[in-house]
Design a protein around this ligand. Sequence first.
Ligand SMILES: [Zn+2]
Length: 347
Amino acid sequence: MSSSIPQRPFPWHVDAWLKTIGQFKSGQMPHAYLLSAEADTGKRHYATTLAHFLLCHAPGADSACGSCQMCLLNKAGSNPDLLIVEPEDGSKVIKVEQIRDLKKFLETSSHSFGRRIIILDSAENLGVSSANALLKGLEEPPEDVMFILLTDRPKAVLATITSRCQVISLPRPDRSQSLIWLQQTIPDTVTDTDLDLLLDFAQGRPLAAKAMHDAGTLEQHREIGDALLQLLENRVSPCTLASRHAKTQAGEILRLLLYWLSILCKHQMTGDASYLKSDSLRRAAAALLKPASDGIVPTRALFSLYNETVVAQTQLGSTSNPNAQLMLEDLLLQLSRLARVKSSMLA
Ligand SMILES: [Zn+2]
């Protein structure tokens, strides 16, 4: 029989994990958990790790064996005693048909004469009829079934569902835990500085940072950063830049611009140079903020542009189909004016 290393919880979830395993060992597990945690910090991983442990035929002290038939089925993603229900096909809502499948699962018996587990991701996205159908299962679950519900927004989960579950609030990792995990997960060719930047872009959420790395975000941001620097250094016009990037990269330009403006504001208010983590940021700061004190762009102008960029980003993500090129032109024109104000004041 082949074997593999069993899945383990992320380091920042170990304390919660040991408590959950303690409940299992003392026979005090509820029939339904609601795992609550910020998005992209690993709650889905926690849920599948728990499911694998509970389904394993020969578990160790605090992890699945990795080798039994159930572990191999789990690894292959084909265990008939584990049902994962999640929004499908880009939809945000769990559909009633999916809950019907869940009910069918509840009506059948275990394939391995053991426990069965339902993971439902994300509980806040249940429509009213789906929630009602789920409630019946939660109220009178078959004895061998355990529910593990997940949510990013516990307050948005119907109280009738929450009240039937034991809630576990999983912590988010601190920055050093996230960085260590990224160092271990992403190839050595990526520098610690770039990992730090990725974590900034991902607002401190390590799984989002990993997804950004896999999607080539660093390379994309380098390219866009170079383009923005050309604008700040008066080597390209706002119109040219906007027309070059509006169709495919408008969202990324806005995202990077927001990041730059937030960092420049923090740097300007605190004087702390450690905020300027990349060469691009240092050059942007040189173009906008330094060196003469009377040439500094007022912080309020940076804030104002930041706020306008937030509005543009919201419009771009809406269904109103805004003109991305015009929006970009306007923001880039304002950015280039800020750089020119400083140049003229220095002159
Ligand atoms: Zn096993």
